[in-house]
Design a protein around this ligand. Structure first.
Ligand code: DQA
Length: 153
């Protein structure tokens, strides 16, 4: 099983960025935790972080051809981007929306997610655990839906 872990704007600065909100783990720390979980689940991860909406959209359009699932932290684009929403909706591959912080406990402009309605599910507020749980969920959601060996490897 192949999973794309897609990180949106400003997430490269985790660890330094508003640690009271996002914690002190760096993006690399989160990637390492996920890789340990992925190894135990037999999942191959591809990681991409971009501050550019178009790069995220391009990656989402590769989902059906290259991946079995996607974990997406769209950062601030979560709250603004119809284009990201449309890209997710164009694919059949399940996408799980994740957030480190609890977006519903923060400013009101963060309470609405443009992408939630087209995602398979959403996990918010659990820090790095949001990603780990999303990965476990994807393995459960896709088990039995694909006849091995997977055409995607
Ligand atoms: C975030 C929450 C967003 O509101 C914010 O813009 C981010 C990070 C999170 O992981 O908690 O950049 O997606």
């Amino acid at each position: 099983m192949r999973v794309l872990v897609l990180q949106g704007p400003n997430l490269q600065a985790l660890g330094k960025r508003e640690p009271a909100v996002y914690g002190t783990l760096t993006l690399q720390d989160i990637v390492q935790q996920l890789e340990v979980e992925a190894a135990s689940l037999g999942v191959v991860l591809t990681h991409l972080q971009s501050n550019h909406e178009g790069a995220l959209i391009d990656a989402l359009h590769r989902l059906d051809d290259e991946f079995d699932g996607c974990i997406l932290n769209a950062g601030a684009f979560t709250h603004t981007s119809v284009a990201l929403r449309d890209a997710i909706a164009s694919q059949r591959t399940p996408v799980i929306e994740v957030h480190l912080s609890n977006i519903f406990a923060r400013e009101s402009f963060r309470h609405h997610s443009m992408i939630a309605p087209v995602c398979r599910g959403s996990i918010s507020g659990l820090g790095a655990l949001s990603y780990v749980l999303a990965l476990r969920a994807l393995t459960r959601l896709t088990s039995g839906t694909r006849v091995p060996p997977s055409p995607k490897g």
